[in-house]
Write a protein that binds this ligand. Structure first.
Ligand SMILES: C[S@@+](CC[C@H](N)C(=O)[O-])C[C@H]1O[C@@H](n2cnc3c(N)ncnc32)[C@H](O)[C@@H]1O
Length: 435
């Protein structure tokens, strides 16, 4: 017998997990990835349940601006006046109704109401009323009519802060800005890098539990068709692979270090690029990996060990300080940035980053770039990379640098990958040579 549309429902483990993640992120300021990891572990979710919980939680977090707009309209009140535990149940239920549509609407509504009941003493009637109305009206009526003819309206439709929409409107033009924002709400690519120090990429692809495809430009990249719990895999423990976007892999490839060289890696933790450099060098030479944060430096050292990157020497230091030792053949500068190229994978980031942080970041980036540049030997190479789409942190940092350091010249065009076009994270990569 099918459950009656209004019968109380047992909340599924994936929804319970997703709801807990929303509460941790929006009520307690937690990071979405850490909250998901902790909650999935606490509930001992299966791989499938975890994947569904991730889809629900990340989607509802990313779509918050659009969801809150619809909730405000349907509830006929300002969302700021809705109790946070109820609001988060509404966001989760509405996200599922409007964007996923995998389950029968009555089950989605009933389970959101149950979540609200568990967390809030009163008010679940509102959750029931709003979600039932949303289920009746449907996505075409509620979302289809949202305009996107100005940056502010497109920001609401594609759920981004208005300043980000304005920035991309100016930088990329309206059409690409809209496509980029739409892509930011899709699941991130799930890519792994085969550690060529210990594994053959083709053989490794065959040992993975999910289907995958390859990228002719990056022989070490394996792009998975669906996520799996990488960290629980023996392949991860053996150091045969690590999770990394293809855009991030392009960075170490751009530096292109050779076996036996001395390489400086500034701002190195958690070590994705450091260990890639060591693999490209076939484990011969030296990589000095500089990280200021002691805890993150510890993570980096453990990653290097797991990935059999014995040529990595971790140093806890400020990368902006001048260096005393002999100059390096190649230097990578990968400083902190606004991260606007990684909004698919970091769903809460768009709601954290403030417009006025960009100027401060750009100044720090320039200081670290200058220190890195001074450590390059004549004839050596310098690569500057960020995971953002923000001219102040990218093109303008490089232009100002080249202006004041005439001994450096661009080595090829700078690259900017774009999630909607390249189906990977948005990275900026500039390669410069010291004459
Ligand atoms: C973009 S992340 C680096 C990612 C890393 N290259 C990788 O591929 O895994 C920036 C890192 O720089 C560190 N950092 C920030 N300011 C620094 C400074 N002045 N000196 C050294 N490290 C710094 C941060 O703690 C953070 O770990």
């Amino acid at each position: 017998v099918a459950p009656r549309p209004n019968a109380p429902q047992e909340v599924s483990p994936a929804r319970r997990c997703a709801y807990a993640v929303l509460v941790r992120v929006f009520e307690h300021g937690a990071y979405a990835d850490e909250a998901l990891r902790a909650q999935a572990q606490a509930q001992a979710l299966s791989g499938r349940e975890r994947a569904l919980a991730m889809r629900l939680a990340y989607g509802a977090i990313q779509r918050r601006a659009t969801l809150d707009h619809v909730i405000g309209e349907l509830a006929e009140r300002d969302v700021g006046r809705i109790d946070p535990p109820l609001l988060n149940a509404l966001r989760l239920g509405l996200y599922e109704l409007l964007y996923l549509q995998g389950s029968p609407a009555y089950a989605t509504v009933a389970q959101a109401v149950e979540l609200a009941k568990l967390q809030a003493r009163a008010g679940h009637g509102l959750v029931n009323a709003v979600l039932r109305r949303a289920a009746r009206e449907g996505p075409a009526a509620l979302l289809g009519a949202l305009p996107e003819d100005t940056p502010e309206r497109a920001a609401l439709k594609h759920s981004h802060p208005a300043w980000v929409a304005r920035l991309w409107w100016q930088t990329l033009g309206p059409e690409q800005a809209r496509e980029l924002m739409a892509a930011d709400n899709e699941p991130a690519e799930v890519a792994v890098r085969a550690n060529t120090l210990v594994a053959d990429p083709d053989a490794l692809a065959g040992r993975l539990p999910v289907a995958s495809h390859r990228d002719p430009r990056l022989p070490e990249a394996i792009v998975l068709e669906e996520p799996f719990d990488l960290h629980a895999s023996p392949l991860w423990v053996e150091g045969a692979l690590s999770a990394q976007s293809r855009a991030a892999m392009l960075v170490s490839r751009a530096l292109a270090p050779e076996a036996g060289e001395r390489v400086l890696d500034l701002c190195a933790a958690p070590g994705g690029k450091t260990t890639h450099l060591a693999a490209l060098m076939q484990g011969r030479g030296e990589v000095v990996a500089v990280e200021r944060d002691r805890r993150r430096a510890g993570v980096l050292a453990r990653t290097a060990e797991r990935m059999h990157a014995g040529i990595v020497r971790v140093e806890v230091a400020d990368a902006a300080q001048p260096r005393a030792e002999a100059p390096f053949d190649r230097v990578l500068v990968d400083p902190p940035c606004s991260g606007l190229g990684t909004l698919q994978a970091r769903p809460d980031l768009r709601w954290r980053i403030q417009e006025d942080a960009i100027g401060t970041l750009a100044r720090r980036q320039r200081e670290i770039l200058d220190a890195g540049a001074s450590a390059v030997r004549p004839g050596g190479l310098l690569v500057y990379s960020t995971c953002t789409i923000s001219p102040d942190e990218n093109e303008r940092v490089i232009a100002a640098f080249l202006e004041s350091r005439p001994e450096f010249v661009p080595d090829g065009e700078a690259q900017q990958t774009l999630p909607h076009r390249d189906r990977t994270a948005g990275f900026f990569i500039a390669r410069l040579r010291r004459e």
